[in-house]
Design a protein around this ligand. Structure first.
Ligand code: PLP
Length: 470
């Protein structure tokens, strides 16, 4: 997130300083918001000032917009707060923490069916975004090395993906100078098309992306079909184009709810996979993972070795320092929940998503765009008969906010952007009781708009270059 430096001279006193609700008992000095205060204040006042400001944030338990974890249990909270001061990168100082990251990478590689004969590698990251940049860089380096070995001149690299990719893939393409080649969506296909993807590939393709759980609708892309078509194309053309799976959300859902679904290293072209530990891995924000099928897919040239913290430390990360707590939180979840625990949670989230889907359909004004059995997400658009009555999903989103629910409304990706949807991400903190209350409030909101048909609808258009959803 970018922040701008504000012009202090244009500000009113209230804009520039915190109100002295508590501070007045301790100090007459105004507390500046945008400048470092000359003098400090008692810690409890600083705490209160910040807590009060945060009261205006949404309630994380009612935040149905985000895939990211908003709740962990007491032991996890204890473990995390005890380890906040450990730097994850100090491998020599905190060797056990490094071992724990290794345990996690091993568990994840096996969860994703990395063959036992392969020497798979992986690393913890800040989230899927960093993981994706790393996987993309490895694909770019491998593509170039392979062409050079064949005695060919590498052209401009390109990468193939559906237009429904999360913004991180556009960032990767732009920051690392790779041409993004998008498979267009259609009015009734909101994920990549296999034939369309194959038609875009050439010798300069560094990889094809399959998403296990589209950010827009939660739908799994047809990864096995992509793999089979790619395998054939590679064989026919003598190419070696890999498949990367962006399993940011689905990587901790599908293995538990649909273990027979083949989307991971069981497929021959899948070379690397990213997953967000802070989504359905059930850890607070700040942890992602990337795993490569085999060490040979990770060019040695991308790995840096540092020795100034003591010992030789290989790193392949964009970031350097961060708290070790999220890695420990991930390992805690793995030990505490195990396979059974994750399965129970993910299955129950899917039941809640099914319940919501059925009840939203019963309201009669909505068309469901998400798919049952995929991510526990419900994405739904207003039917045209409702839109004609002069209200929109943006109106409904705002109306639900009055009751505290945060349900985002956004346009679908380019080429399907005429469709605006509401999306509910079902997370561990959503009980069936909450789901029932949400349905009551949604029904009430619809009835409210239906009874005011003379209203002008509040319609937002998708601006080029914007992502309505994250
Ligand atoms: C499919 C997909 N990929 C990547 C990301 C980025 O993940 P992170 O927030 O962990 O960086 C997201 C986030 O929602 C996503 O849905």
């Amino acid at each position: 997130m970018l922040s701008n430096k504000k012009k202090l001279q244009d500000m009113t006193h209230a804009e520039r300083y915190h109100a002295l609700t508590y501070g007045s008992r301790y100090t007459d000095e105004p507390i500046p918001k945008y400048e470092l205060p000359e003098k400090g204040m008692p810690s409890k006042i600083a705490y209160r000032v910040i807590r009060d400001e945060l009261n205006l944030d949404g309630n994380p338990s009612l935040n149905l917009a985000s895939f990211v974890t908003t709740w962990m249990d007491d032991y996890a909270n204890r473990l995390l707060s005890e380890s906040l001061g450990k730097n994850y990168i100090d491998q020599d100082e905190y060797p056990q923490t490094t071992k724990i990251q290794n345990y996690c990478v091993n568990m994840i590689a096996r969860l994703f069916h990395a063959p036992e004969i392969e020497d798979s590698v992986g690393t913890g990251t800040i989230g899927s975004s960093e993981a994706i940049h790393l996987a993309g860089l490895a694909m770019k380096w491998n593509w170039r090395d392979k062409l050079i070995k064949k005695g060919k001149n590498p052209g401009k690299p390109n990468i193939i993906m559906g237009q429904n990719v999360q913004v991180v893939w556009e960032k990767f393409a732009r920051y690392f100078e790779v041409e993004p080649r998008y498979v267009k969506l259609t009015k009734d296909r909101y994920v990549i098309g296999v034939e369309e993807a194959m038609a875009l590939i050439d010798e300069n393709t560094i990889g094809v992306i399959g998403i296990l759980g589209s950010t827009y609708t939660g739908e799994y892309e047809p990864i096995e079909e992509l793999n089979n078509a790619l395998e054939k194309l590679n064989k026919d053309k003598g190419w070696d184009v890999p498949l990367h799976v962006d399993a940011a959300s689905g990587g901790f859902v599908a293995p538990f709810t649909d273990p027979l679904l083949r989307w991971d290293f069981r497929l021959s072209c899948v070379q690397s996979i990213n997953v967000s530990g802070h989504k359905y891995g059930l850890v607070y924000p700040g942890i992602g993972w990337v795993v490569w099928r085999s060490k040979k897919e990770l060019p040695e040239d991308l790995i840096f070795h540092v020795n100034y913290l003591g010992g030789d430390q290989p790193t392949f990360n964009l970031n350097f320092s961060k708290s070790a707590s999220s890695v420990l939180g991930q390992y805690y979840n793995f030990l505490y929940l195990g396979n059974d625990g994750y399965r129970d949670i993910m299955v129950s989230l899917q039941h809640i998503a099914e319940y919501l889907t059925e009840e939203i359909e019963k309201i009669g004004q909505f068309k469901i765009l998400s798919k049952l059995g995929h991510l526990p997400v419900v994405a739904f658009a207003l039917k045209s008969k409702a839109i004609k009555k002069g209200y929109s999903v943006y109106d409904l989103s705002e109306k639900l906010r009055e009751r505290g629910w945060i349900v985002p409304a956004y346009t679908m990706a380019p080429d399907a952007q005429d469709i605006s949807v509401l999306r509910v991400v079902v997370k561990e903190c959503m009980s069936m009781d909450m789901a029932q209350l949400l349905i009551e409030d949604l029904t009430r909101a619809v009835n409210w708009f239906e009874s005011r048909q003379d209203r002008k609808s509040h319609v937002k258009k998708h601006r080029k270059g914007t992502h309505g959803v994250c």
